[in-house]
Ligand binder design. Structure first.
Ligand code: SF4
Ligand code: SF4
Ligand SMILES: [Zn+2]
Length: 276
């Protein structure tokens, strides 16, 4: 924190909780000269000494090239810090959506594109958003139980990745519980016709190259195969090649696995130390 390379950034002195000095998450530390640095630099808590956000890490040569100025936490309003293969993205209070747009979003997309997961939201907020290559879902962060474990519960509703706005709207209207969405275009030309809704699933297709792919579905409903075939024909998609089946099936397995294992709970237990 407030390393020379941080310049006038002091964002982490706001977002994190520091139990050693009774500093709550999301509030400026009483020792912080905002935009200047730490007033007790020589005696600052150990957590402050060892902390290095993603941006600072990049200035010190980590992660390839130094990240540009616009991505400095005080500018993009998000402090990214790593936890295994997940990055915690804490937004500055007053900018709860900073990770969704501008430089903050560029960082999220870059991380996700490189295989990391991101958990984003306001410091100490009970609801955060979990983002990986396949999905984006809101999760509720529970209180620790007697063993210190924190339960993460998907809060329902949005559960999709890189969806177009119209689909997001549609998903909301339909009140779907869990939807996986593949928003990529045709592998031949990049076009994306549709979406076509069939039962509880949504499809995109390329009329020119006669391919279709499952863009998303509601996991809480069983797909009616007969109805699906009937609708394909009705929509003229019957003879189209169904692509990306393998990926979708692998994804379904992963969804179930993610629900079953306690990875996120472990993550949140660690997060708790940093963020509450
Ligand atoms: S958020 Fe990063 S760049 Fe800003 S003061 Fe903290 S460590 Fe430095
Ligand atoms: S003690 Fe200093 S470095 Fe630590 S949060 Fe407070 S102002 Fe920042
Ligand atoms: Zn095409």
């Amino acid at each position: 924190m407030t390393d020379n390379a941080c310049g006038s950034c002091t964002a982490c002195c706001r977002v994190y909780s520091i139990s050693e000095i009774g500093k709550p998450a999301g509030q400026w530390c009483e020792h912080c000269a905002v935009g200047k640095g730490c007033k007790i630099y020589e005696k600052r808590p150990w957590k402050c000494v060892e902390f290095e956000c993603l941006w600072l890490h990049s200035q010190h040569g980590g992660f390839g090239n130094p990240m540009p100025d616009e991505m400095r936490p005080d500018r993009c309003k998000v402090v990214f810090s790593p936890l295994d293969d997940t990055f915690i993205a804490l937004c500055m209070p007053g900018s709860p959506d900073a990770w969704r747009k501008g430089a903050g979003r560029k960082v999220v997309d870059w991380l996700v594109g490189n295989g990391y997961r991101v958990l984003a939201g306001l410091p100490g907020a009970p609801t955060k958003t979990f983002i990986d290559r396949f999905c984006e879902r809101e999760v509720h962060v529970g209180e620790p139980d007697e063993t210190g474990k924190i339960r993460l519960t998907p809060t329902g509703g949005r559960y999709a990745n890189a969806m177009t706005d119209d689909i997001v709207e549609r998903v909301r209207e339909m009140g779907l519980q869990q939807v996986w969405v593949d928003s990529r275009g045709c592998p031949h030309c990049g076009a994306k016709d549709g979406p076509a809704w069939i039962g509880d699933s949504v499809w995109h297709y390329c009329a020119k190259h006669r391919v279709k792919w499952l863009a998303g579905w509601d996991l809480t409903h069983v797909v009616d195969k007969v109805e699906q075939e009937r609708r394909y024909k009705e929509l003229g998609l019957g003879g189209f090649e169904h692509i990306r089946r393998d990926e979708v099936e692998a994804l379904a397995v992963q969804v179930e696995k993610a629900a079953a294992d306690n990875r996120l709970a472990d993550l949140m237990r660690q997060l708790e130390m940093k963020d509450h």
